[in-house]
Structure formats: structure tokens, C-alpha cells
Write a protein that binds this ligand. Structure first.
Ligand SMILES: Cc1cc2nc3c(=O)[nH]c(=O)nc-3n(C[C@H](O)[C@H](O)[C@H](O)COP(=O)(O)OP(=O)(O)OC[C@H]3O[C@@H](n4cnc5c(N)ncnc54)[C@H](O)[C@@H]3O)c2cc1C
Length: 462
């Protein structure tokens, strides 16, 4: 083995303290490609397939045992049906399929009580979205990425709650909050950080419809990409980079794989994992890269499938906080406890955590206890309801942490040109970047940004 010095545990969070004698790798341990892509989420999978389709050689490194990242599909053992509890929809029309309606209700999950909230005023919501769209159209460059005017206008950096009251679009806030789950406290979030998800493509899809899959199993897309890349010997699963050398002429990476360390030599490196400094320590960051990435903050977003909740099967609960502005709960909080009518007995519970500079997840116990407590509060607060709120002990069939999620910058840093500095990192030492942090937490936008803004740079001259 080519390891010559002390080798710490191979975790991406550790500093690059190990030296590797790259000349000692045997031919069978060396992989030579045009491009090496890191991270098998939506950005990486799209990129690896696109690079291969362009006739360039690629090797793709994913830390887990399968591609798909935040696209998580729970397979109900009883019915055999899939339930997407991660990525659910993409933009495009027409709608291919959706679950029949469940009964939506608004509950204050701090007390467990159902609320008689008036039905949303669709006219007011429609007008609010029209006004919001007019505002978006003032910044057409944002449709392609975080291309802000320089200097950033105050409107783009003010807290989104202030922006909403300035332009009288408060009626849109509950919709934006529920569709933008995971952003953190939306009212305090700089406006451009909301706009990057709530861009023109999402607005037009609200009218035109979304694309989902008929079998409610978005993971199939990633399964097919995985099969194709494995067949082309272009995919290393359960693998992670432990050492990196980068220069203007190419990159050399040592990757720990289940069959031993490999040396990857490539002309270009494309990194799609969340660009937090702790996560990228093994990539030998430059001072310029570190100084930009350390400004990124993130939220946490947690998804689960819960059994034995005692709640009515068709009831889908949205958390509403009567004592908060616009009823939007302050994070951390449960967003929804929803139903999947195809799989009675199961609930989908979503939980959000506020903005922080801590990259790691909240402990699973903290999140699970908060979800169970909110279900128990509903059981207790609705004992005599004939549609039955039974006193049960809920358990988790599935649980996922999506932290760090929704990487974003503070208003002061955005004003100081954060996104210009971020995009200026493309190409340094043959290294390119894409993914949610670079565009939005939205697969369709990530694919478009990658295709238009990143891959042409990666492929140039290859
Ligand atoms: C619950 C939920 C629901 C969502 N719903 C939708 C939706 O309906 N529609 C939509 O468009 N978007 C949705 N999104 C957002 C979308 O999933 C994300 O924006 C998108 O997955 C981000 O993709 P990415 O490639 O940037 O990064 P990630 O998804 O973070 O993928 C990164 C990948 O890199 C891997 N990795 C990490 N570290 C390493 C390492 N050191 N070496 C190798 N591999 C590594 C990870 O395992 C992961 O596979 C949802 C997100 C969540 C959490």
C-alpha cells in the first residue's frame, strides 16, 4: 500500500495531514480520466452522465453505497409502494401523477390543537405572486444563477419578511414558507436567498404544473444512472477522497475504496458536495477558497416516516403558530405531519432547524423526540374526536438528516460581493464546482446551472 505516513481515520472532515507516495501506486491501482466528479447527488449524477455522453472519460466518487443523495424513497413493506420523502417534483408539464387529496388541516403543534384558520384567500395570493414576479423580473440575471447586480441592491439583502411588507406580498408568505421548507426562518432570510429557490422557473411551474414519477419512486432515475456508470467502470461507491494534489495541469487524488486505495489522475476535478470547509479538508483548499467557503452558513432539514401515530390516516397536518408573524413557526419546528393515502398507517414528518455555522446534523434523538412530542400533543389535545386520535406510541420506519442544507450567506457578506467571489473560484487549479450551494436547493435549477454555467468550463479544451 502506498501509505507512507500517519493515516488518520479517513473522514472528509479531517485535515489533509497524510502524505501519500503517489509513485508507488501500481498500474492496476491507477485510474486515468478526463474528469473526476465528486458527490453522487443530483448535481454529480447529472454531470457524470453528461460528461460521459459528451464522449469524455469520467470517474465518479460517491461516499455512500448508492447514488441518489436527497432523493429518498421509502418502500412500504406491506403494500410494496414507494413513497418519496426527499425529492418529490421537478419542473415541467404536464403533471404525470399525484396522490389523491388527503384532508389538509392546520394545527398549532406547540399545543397539538387544530385551528379554525380561514381558507387561504386565493385572489390575494395570486396578486401577491404577481407583484413578487414583477420584482423578480427586475433581476433577470438571477434566473441563471446568483448573478447579483454590483453593488447588491438593498432590496435583495433585506430580510424577506421586510421585503414582503414593503411590497405588500404577505399573502404569498405561507405558500413560500411551505414550498421552501429547509430555508430556515424565511422571514429573517436575505431576500435573494429566498429568490434563488423561488425563481421564475418555480413561479411558472406553479401555474403549469410539476413533473413527478408515476410510481412515486424518484430514486429509479438515480438507479438507472448508477447501472450505466458502473457498466462503464466509471463509478466508485463507498469511496472517499483522502488526499489531493491540484495544479493548473490537472489533479491527482487518492481515493479510499472498498477494494483498497486508488490513485485518480484527471485533467479536471468537479466537486459537487456541500462546500463547507470541514467537508472539504481533504481537497487541499487554497486560501482564497477557504476564505470564501468559511462564510457559508447552513440549515438542517430532517425527514421521516412514522408508524403508529394514532392520527387519522387521511389527515395531513401543517404546523401553524398563531403567536408568530403570519403564523409561520420559528425554527426549529416540525413543518408537516402528512399522510400518504396509498400507505395507511404511515405519516411523513418533516422537521426544520435554523441557520447556523455548525455543519453537522442535530442528534437524531433530538429531532425524533421533537416529532414524537408533537404527535403526542395532537393525541392529547383531540381525545374525543370521532375520527380517532388514538393514544399510541409512534415509532420511526425511516429517518434521514439532510444537514448541512440550504447553504447561504449573511446579508453583510452578500453586500460585500460573496457570490461574485464564490463564482470566481471556478477553474482554480483545474477544479470546478456545482450543486445546491452554487445555485439553489432545487434539482431542476441545479441541472440547468450545471449544463449552462459549469460543464462548458469543465469541458473546454478537453
Ligand atoms: C426532503 C427534501 C425534499 C426535497 N424535494 C425536492 C423536490 O421535490 N424537488 C427538487 O428539485 N429538489 C428537492 N430538494 C432539494 C434537492 O434534493 C437538493 O437541492 C439536491 O439534492 C442537491 O443536490 P446536490 O447534488 O447539490 O447535493 P447533495 O444532494 O448534497 O449530494 C451530495 C452527494 O455527495 C455525497 N458526498 C458527500 N461527501 C462526500 C465525499 N467526501 N466524497 C464523496 N461523496 C460525498 C453525498 O453522499 C451525496 O450523495 C429536496 C431536498 C430535501 C432535503
Amino acid at each position: 500500500m502506498p501509505l507512507v505516513n500517519r493515516d488518520q481515520k479517513h473522514y472528509p472532515g479531517l485535515a489533509q495531514t497524510t502524505n501519500y507516495n503517489l509513485s508507488s501506486f501500481k498500474a492496476a491501482e491507477i485510474i486515468t480520466r478526463d474528469v473526476v466528479v465528486i458527490g453522487g447527488g443530483s448535481a454529480g449524477t447529472y454531470s457524470a452522465i453528461a460528461i460521459k455522453d459528451k464522449g469524455k472519460s469520467v470517474v465518479f466518487v460517491e461516499i455512500k453505497n448508492r447514488l441518489r443523495s436527497r432523493t429518498e424513497t421509502y418502500k412500504d413493506p406491506k403494500s410494496g409502494r414507494g413513497i418519496d420523502i426527499g425529492v418529490i417534483v421537478w419542473y415541467v408539464t404536464p403533471r404525470v401523477g399525484s396522490e389523491p387529496n388527503t384532508t389538509g388541516a392546520v394545527f398549532d403543534l406547540k399545543t397539538g390543537r387544530g385551528l379554525n384558520a380561514p381558507p387561504p384567500n386565493q385572489t390575494a395570493i395570486g396578486i401577491a405572486f404577481q407583484i413578487y414576479t414583477q420584482q423578480l423580473l427586475k433581476y433577470p440575471e438571477l434566473d441563471a444563477g446568483m448573478f447579483l447586480p454590483d453593488p447588491a441592491p438593498d432590496d435583495l439583502v433585506m430580510p424577506f419578511g421586510q421585503f414582503a411588507s414593503k411590497y405588500g406580498i404577505e399573502a404569498a408568505l405561507p405558500t413560500m414558507y411551505s414550498f421552501g421548507a429547509g430555508v430556515g426562518d424565511i422571514l429573517a432570510t436575505p431576500t435573494v436567498e429566498v429568490m434563488r429557490a423561488w425563481g421564475l422557473s418555480l413561479i411558472s411551474s406553479l401555474q403549469g404544473g410539476f413533473l413527478t414519477t408515476a410510481r412515486h419512486n424518484n430514486s429509479e432515475l438515480y438507479g438507472k444512472a448508477q447501472t450505466e456508470l458502473l457498466a462503464a467502470k466509471s463509478l466508485l461507491l463507498r469511496s472517499r477522497v483522502v488526499y489531493t494534489e491540484r495544479s493548473t495541469s490537472g489533479v491527482r487524488l487518492v481515493v479510499k475504496t472498498p477494494t483498497g486505495n486508488k490513485l485518480i489522475k484527471a485533467k479536471r476535478l468537479l466537486i459537487t458536495i456541500p462546500p463547507k470547509v470541514e467537508i472539504l479538508k481533504r481537497f487541499n483548499l487554497t486560501t482564497q477558497e477557504t476564505s470564501v467557503f468559511k462564510k457559508f452558513l447552513n440549515t438542517g432539514y430532517y425527514t421521516s416516516v412514522v408508524k403508529n401515530t394514532g392520527l387519522p390516516d387521511t389527515l395531513s397536518v401543517t404546523n401553524f403558530s398563531p403567536d408568530s408573524p403570519y403564523g409561520i413557526p420559528k425554527m426549529p419546528a416540525v413543518y408537516t405531519i402528512g399522510s400518504s393515502v396509498y400507505t395507511p398507517g404511515l405519516k411523513l414528518a418533516f422537521y426544520g432547524a435554523p441557520l447556523t455555522n455548525v455543519t453537522s446534523s442535530l442528534p437524531a434523538k433530538t429531532v425524533k423526540d421533537a416529532i414524537i412530542a408533537s404527535i403526542k400533543r395532537q393525541q392529547t389535545a383531540n381525545p374525543a374526536n370521532p375520527t380517532s386520535f388514538n393514544q399510541t406510541t409512534p415509532t420511526f420506519a425511516e429517518y434521514h438528516s439532510h444537514a448541512p442544507f440550504w447553504l447561504q450567506a449573511k446579508a453583510v457578506d452578500i453586500k460585500a460581493g460573496f457570490y461574485k467571489k464564490l463564482y470566481a473560484l471556478q477553474g482554480i487549479r483545474s477544479t470546478f464546482w456545482t450543486g445546491g450551494a452554487w445555485r439553489a436547493q432545487d434539482s431542476s435549477d441545479i441541472w440547468r446551472f450545471t449544463a449552462e454555467q459549469v460543464l462548458p468550463k469543465v469541458l473546454k479544451g478537453l
